[in-house]
Design a protein around this ligand. Structure first.
Ligand SMILES: Cc1cc2nc3c(=O)[nH]c(=O)nc-3n(C[C@H](O)[C@H](O)[C@H](O)COP(=O)(O)OP(=O)(O)OC[C@H]3O[C@@H](n4cnc5c(N)ncnc54)[C@H](O)[C@@H]3O)c2cc1C
Length: 476
């Protein structure tokens, strides 16, 4: 009998557990899988909370569909019928006091055709972007902002790349790594290719969006969601894991890892005291800071590199308004570049974006606003009531409308919620990986390493689980 303990019940940890137990032929008879989650629920940054009587996502709310991992996992656990595509993906960017449609054909804000950004950019800024300065082949990592500004001008960074990158990482374009956040662009830039040509090559032709992606098959929209919210996913995976004999425990905090023979002793603290769970292998599917604390005694170089991965804190304020009192909203929401000096960095018109939500509660219109980004977190020190007022005032000003009093609202804080892939991040990850040779049987997974999006996190969990099986000699 082998036991694998997974620390962290977010998407990475649950995906790792499913990888271990989800074999279509049935779970291995000689494997015990235990997921330990410190909070009172599984899911980590995927979370639903009732607002005006309905459960809505207050963390992640969409999954990239150009990578297959999320749709594949959902289909494997029997949730394929719940996959939906957004009713609209037409986002706007707030620039110089007005909302402008996000130009079609942008790659993380890099326009394939600068002329399409006219209005959002001034004529001079469009001309500068069109007159690309092809940058000499890169010989090492640079920030996205530095590279794009050299090629297309500062305005493309300030008004397009910042809001798009900010929407994913809550980070700053001039600090985030090109190699880690846009590997395809980095590869092209290393070969000295034109950035505009790269953006054109990476930008898909216009798509027709269908409502439901057939279970498991490749959806046509660039993003998918789940009916009921993506916050439904962790519970579905946990149920599937339990159905295969896995154990998922909540309110169990792992405080220490100790060597125990050829395996590990996992020291945990619960409401009733402490206990040690022995394991043949351990998957640490926790944020880098927690992995740092658990590994510090065992590998100083991994710990030092883990400590280099910084995080951004954000808050999501969700409003429910009476639909009958709402002015019309256009598209799926908007993004706000930091140069605009607003507190709200992005807003999603959830009831417009997700048909299931509009059908669930036609009388209510849900709008969410995100605040905070790396290096700009002062607003998050405010108490909830002030944060709600700030979000409401910014929404009103940006939309240029009078919004009704909300029927209900909710504040979800995500302290240290998003890892920052700073310049050199891939080198940091390589250092961590190499150093982990000193702790055989311990694997790392999660958003801190090679992708913060849900599909990437699923991939990291599954890979860590496979590596654990290989270490135990249970898989080639
Ligand atoms: C506001 C917000 C919006 C986002 N929106 C999207 C989106 O729309 N689409 C998308 O693809 N991605 C989105 N993301 C990113 C994505 O949600 C996360 O990167 C991903 O969910 C991280 O999963 P994880 O399992 O790596 O980590 P986490 O979700 O952080 O899970 C780690 C788990 O470990 C637990 N834990 C920590 N310490 C211990 C311990 N000592 N013992 C036991 N358990 C412990 C934690 O409680 C937590 O549950 C968003 C993130 C945020 C913050």
């Amino acid at each position: 009998m082998h036991r694998i303990v997974i620390v962290g019940g977010g998407v990475a940890g649950l995906s790792a557990a499913w990888e271990l137990l989800g074999d279509p032929q049935g779970p291995p008879a000689d494997l015990e899988v235990i997921v330990l989650e410190s909070s009172d629920r599984v899911g980590g940054k995927l979370r639903r909370h009732p607002v005006a009587g309905h459960l809505v996502d207050v963390g992640a709310e969409a999954m990239l569909a150009t990578r297959p991992e999320a749709a594949v996992l959902v289909a494997e656990i029997g949730g394929g019928d719940a996959i939906v595509t957004p009713a609209t993906m037409a986002a706007s960017v707030y620039s110089r006091g007005d909302l402008h449609p996000l130009p079609p054909g942008t790659l993380m804000g890099i326009p394939a055709d600068p002329a399409a950004a006219a209005g959002l950019l001034t004529d001079e800024e469009v001309d500068r972007a069109a007159d690309e300065h092809v940058v000499a082949p890169l010989t090492g990592d640079v920030s996205v902002g530095a590279y794009v500004a050299d090629a297309l001008g500062e305005a493309v960074v300030d008004r397009l790349v910042e809001p798009l990158l900010g929407g994913v990482y809550a980070g700053q374009a001039r600090a985030l790594s090109l190699a880690a956040t846009l590997p395809g662009v980095y590869a092209a830039a290393s070969a000295g290719r034109s950035l505009l040509a790269t953006a054109r090559a990476f930008t898909p032709p216009p798509r027709s969006e269908s409502d439901h992606a057939p279970g498991g098959s490749a959806p046509r929209a660039p993003f998918i969601g789940l009916r009921g919210g993506v916050g439904h996913l962790p519970g579905l995976i946990a149920d599937a894991v339990r159905a295969r004999g896995g154990v998922v425990r909540t309110r169990v905090t792992v405080t220490e890892l100790d060597r125990a023979g050829s395996g590990w002793g996992v020291l945990v603290s619960t409401a009733t005291g402490t206990e040690t769970i022995t394991a043949d292998a351990v998957v640490l599917a926790v944020p880098a800071a927690v992995a740092h604390d658990l590994l510090e005694r065992h590998t100083a170089s991994a710990a030092e590199a883990l400590a280099r991965i910084e995080t951004a804190s954000v808050a999501v304020v969700t409003f429910a308004f009476e639909t009958g009192e709402m002015p019309p909203l256009t598209g799926s929401g908007f993004l706000v570049p930091p140069v605009e000096g607003r507190s709200v960095k992005a807003s999603t018109f959830s009831s417009q974006k997700w048909r299931w939500l509009a059908e669930l509660s036609p009388d209510l219109t849900y709008v969410r606003a995100s605040l905070g980004r790396f290096g700009d977190e002062a607003d998050l020190l405010l108490p909830d009531e002030d944060l709600v007022d700030l979000a409401f005032d910014d929404l009103t000003a940006i939309l240029g409308v009078t919004l009704p009093e909300p029927v209900d609202f909710h504040v979800q804080r995500w302290e240290n919620g998003l890892p920052q892939y700073a310049v050199g991040h891939l080198g940091t990850v390589a250092t961590i990986r190499a150093a982990m040779a000193a702790v055989p049987g311990v694997e790392l997974a999660g958003a801190s390493y090679l992708g913060v999006g849900i599909p990437a996190v699923i991939a990291s969990g599954r890979e860590a689980a496979r590596n654990a099986l290989v270490t135990l000699g249970l898989r080639d």
